[in-house]
Design a protein around this ligand. Structure first.
Ligand code: GLU
Length: 368
């Protein structure tokens, strides 16, 4: 499908700006921020809703304190991020306000989107800001995030934000022109429909055109976005009027567009969660879930892997280890061990009258 017809339906966009696109060797670059602000303001004036995810806090903080990022300890990085975040926001605020556009700062950790209530709260806040014409500018809350609650990089964070607000498109602005299949290709790939093992390997494995890290985390973000049924574009931040031209349907950068239908809010949230175990199903249960679109009952479960509690998220698979989906489980592993393969009447005899009919309710189940 031509870019134009794909882009035509987009209304809400997340624009992720990498550190290299807002800083130079001396910290925050006023010129680079002006360019981003100009590009974003152009598309807002055309009626698009935009959320920005911006990196650059640590780089700005360490430059202002005249320290080299590479020599910093973790607590120093966290402290300097707190310094730099105010510098970063100040730049955005001044530059957007000259164009009559108000901004708001949102700092998130993984914990904020892991819990369903916090996920819902964060999305309500973002919705309210967008409806009032305020541009939310998001970054990771580096000053409080420890490893277990870190997104790790802003590519992943921006995929979460795209999910939070159900945006149609995530644009990753970076210092590359897009995703290149081979090192010597003159142009980046125009469109990717499927993240294959060879794409992952080229992005991060040996023989990568970009070294490691940068492209791999972008491909990981694309994987999530495509699973949600949303779209992502990697483009060069230096490209003139980059956002307006993307929204005009110009073939800039690489478009990642899967075939999945958009998922509901709860299922997008589920798609991003880590699992605590696996339930193994017989073929009848697999059929009931895939074709019959039914909930998962204990009678179809033949085994479990891992140790999970009621309310945890587990993966479901068939007995040949093919992954079917994931969902919120209504029983702890030990209870499930007693009732697997059994019908409701038998379950009542074992666990008493107060039981859940479904091990995973359809509404809490996401099928791949
Ligand atoms: N949150 C970090 C910062 O603002 C950047 C993380 C990243 O670029 O992936 O400095």
């Amino acid at each position: 499908m031509p870019r134009k017809s794909v882009i035509k339906h987009v209304k809400r966009i997340v624009v992720k700006v990498g550190s290299s696109s807002v800083t130079d060797g001396r910290g925050i670059s006023g010129g680079k921020i002006s360019k981003i602000v100009g590009d974003v303001a152009d598309i807002i004036k055309r009626g698009y809703q935009v959320v920005i995810v911006s990196s650059g806090a640590i780089a700005a903080g360490s430059a202002s304190l005249k320290k080299n990022v590479k020599s910093l300890t973790i607590p120093e990085k966290q402290a300097f991020a707190a310094v730099g975040q105010t510098i970063l926001m100040n730049e955005y605020r001044n530059k957007f306000s000259r164009r009559g556009l108000p901004v708001a700062q949102i700092l998130l950790t993984e914990d904020d989107v892991r819990h369903r209530t916090r996920f819902t709260n964060a999305s309500h806040t973002l919705e309210t800001l967008l409806h009032r014409g305020i541009i939310p500018i998001v970054n990771e809350n580096d000053s409080v995030a420890v490893n277990e609650i870190k997104f790790g990089d802003n590519d992943l964070l921006s995929a979460h934000v795209t999910s939070l607000i159900n945006a149609d498109l995530l644009i990753l602005l970076s210092d590359v022109n897009g995703f290149y299949r081979y090192r010597d290709d003159p142009e980046p790939v125009e469109e990717v429909e499927n993240i294959t093992d060879s794409i992952v390997e080229r992005a991060g494995g040996t023989g990568s055109a970009f070294g490691s890290g940068g492209m791999l985390s972008k491909i990981r973000a694309a994987e999530l976005i495509m699973r949600f049924g949303q779209m992502m574009i990697i483009a060069n931040a230096k490209e003139k009027n980059v956002l307006a031209r993307i929204m005009n349907g110009e073939r800039i950068g690489t478009l990642f567009r899967g075939r999945n239908k958009p998922l509901s809010g709860k299922k997008r949230w589920l798609a991003l969660r880590k699992t605590s175990g696996v339930l193994i199903l017989d073929d009848g249960a697999v059929q009931a879930i895939r074709v019959g679109k039914k909930s998962l009952l204990a009678s179809g479960i033949t085994g479990m892997i891992g140790d999970f509690d009621m309310g945890d998220i587990v993966e479901i698979s068939d007995d040949r280890n093919n992954k079917i989906g994931k969902g919120i489980v209504n029983y702890a592993c030990a209870e499930l061990d007693k009732i697997k393969g059994k019908k409701s009447a038998e379950i009542r005899k074992i666990l008493g009258e107060n039981i859940f009919e479904e091990v995973i309710h359809r509404d809490d189940l996401m099928v791949y």
